[in-house]
Design a protein. Structure first.
Length: 133
């Protein structure tokens, strides 16, 4: 993760409710974003990761009806290690269209991060190849 401007990483488990097993990454570009990846079967340790390494295996945990990658993007502020959404009351609990994040990412020219995201999504879409190996 050192090749992209991430600052914080958290992992949680809501059991059979909500996101199930999930992780969040705070990324500071021109704006600050929190990306939440949810419904995971397992999450890899984020220590000693290399670019392109899988971060997690998607699944059907939490309130879900089938295996899929759930990505939520929120724009906000980071203060004393706590993220606050810019517009929590927007009807989506602060979530925004992910395109805004990806557009800013392209402007920021963080090519290494973009390749990590694309490769990770590709791996998640074919997660059966990575289960129990």
């Amino acid at each position: 993760m050192s090749s992209w401007p991430s600052k914080f990483y958290v992992q949680g488990n809501e059991g059979n409710d909500g996101f199930g097993l999930y992780f969040e990454v705070i990324i500071q570009l021109y704006n600050t974003y929190k990306l939440t990846y949810a419904h995971c079967k397992s999450i890899e340790s984020f220590e000693n990761r290399n670019e392109g390494d899988p971060m997690a295996i998607s699944d059907n945990t939490g309130n879900s009806t089938g295996s899929h990658l759930h990505l939520t993007v929120k724009r906000g502020q980071l203060s004393n290690g706590k993220f606050t959404s810019d517009n929590y009351n927007n009807g989506y609990f602060g979530a925004i269209n992910p395109q805004e994040f990806f557009d800013e990412l392209r402007k920021y020219k963080v090519v290494a991060f973009w390749s990590v995201v694309v490769n990770t999504v590709r791996k998640w879409l074919t997660a059966d190849e990575y289960i129990e190996n």
